[in-house]
Design a protein around this ligand. Structure first.
Ligand SMILES: O=C(O)c1ccccc1NCC(=O)[C@H](O)[C@H](O)COP(=O)(O)O
Length: 209
């Protein structure tokens, strides 16, 4: 089965084009001012405008105010909204029904018990993204968690694996977990917020092996 790839934290037309060209199914735009990858709503809309419909634009937010979220979705027009804070299932369900977007929920995985946090989101989320627990930032810290925790995971909601994935370790992560989608940010950067087109291509290639 083909593993879908999401490259997150993109902020230039060149690196987005490189991700699409390399076969990434999803490109992530981080709208969170404390992140080195933050893009304003206006910039996200500009980046989105030049993309083909086939590119899955994921707008990433952290505990957004309802008004600000509505405005961002209206102006940017993403295919997916990824919630990366402590949003309850009702926020995802409401966002999906009001705006007709896909909604994803990121969950930090510290131990096996952390996977129980997925249960309330079944039915409300279109995808769960299992990531390393929040540290300096809610996500995008380049830290991996113990992938063995997902070996036997069989939840009903489509899911993805994130956290410290790189061109060098992504094939092993897929082999161990069977992840249907892999997501990376720091692992394809030269420095925080600065994406590297060669690393993006290498990641997409390694995820296909
Ligand atoms: O990337 C960020 O700066 C970020 C900031 C705040 C919340 C989430 C953020 N990123 C979310 C992602 O989907 C990342 O791709 C995911 O956490 C994996 O990041 P990394 O470990 O750096 O590959």
């Amino acid at each position: 089965m083909t593993t879908l790839v999401k490259i997150c934290g993109l902020s230039t037309p060149e690196t987005i084009a490189a991700a699409v060209q390399a076969g990434a199914a999803y490109v992530g735009l981080v709208h969170f001012p404390k992140s080195p990858r933050h893009v304003s709503v206006a910039k996200a809309a500009m980046l989105r405008r030049d993309l083909p419909e086939s590119a899955g634009v994921v707008l990433l937010v952290v505990d957004p105010e309802p008004y600000a979220l509505a405005e961002a979705i209206r102006v940017i027009g993403p295919r997916v909204v990824q919630f990366h804070g402590s949003e309850p299932p009702a926020v995802l369900a409401r966002t999906r029904s009001e705006f007709g977007v896909e909604v994803w929920k990121a969950l930090g995985v510290k131990d096996a018990a952390a996977l129980d946090k997925a249960a309330p989101y079944h039915g409300a989320a279109d995808r769960l993204l299992f990531d390393a627990p929040a540290s300096a930032l809610p996500g995008g810290n380049g830290e991996a968690f113990d992938w063995n925790l997902l070996r036997l995971y069989r939840g009903p909601t489509p899911w993805g694996l994130a956290g410290g994935l790189t061109p060098a370790n992504v094939a092993e992560a897929i082999r161990l977990t069977g992840a249907p989608l892999v997501d990376t940010s720091s692992g394809v950067e030269r420095s925080p917020g600065i994406k590297d087109m060669d690393k993006i291509a290498a990641f997409c290639k390694a995820a296909r092996l």
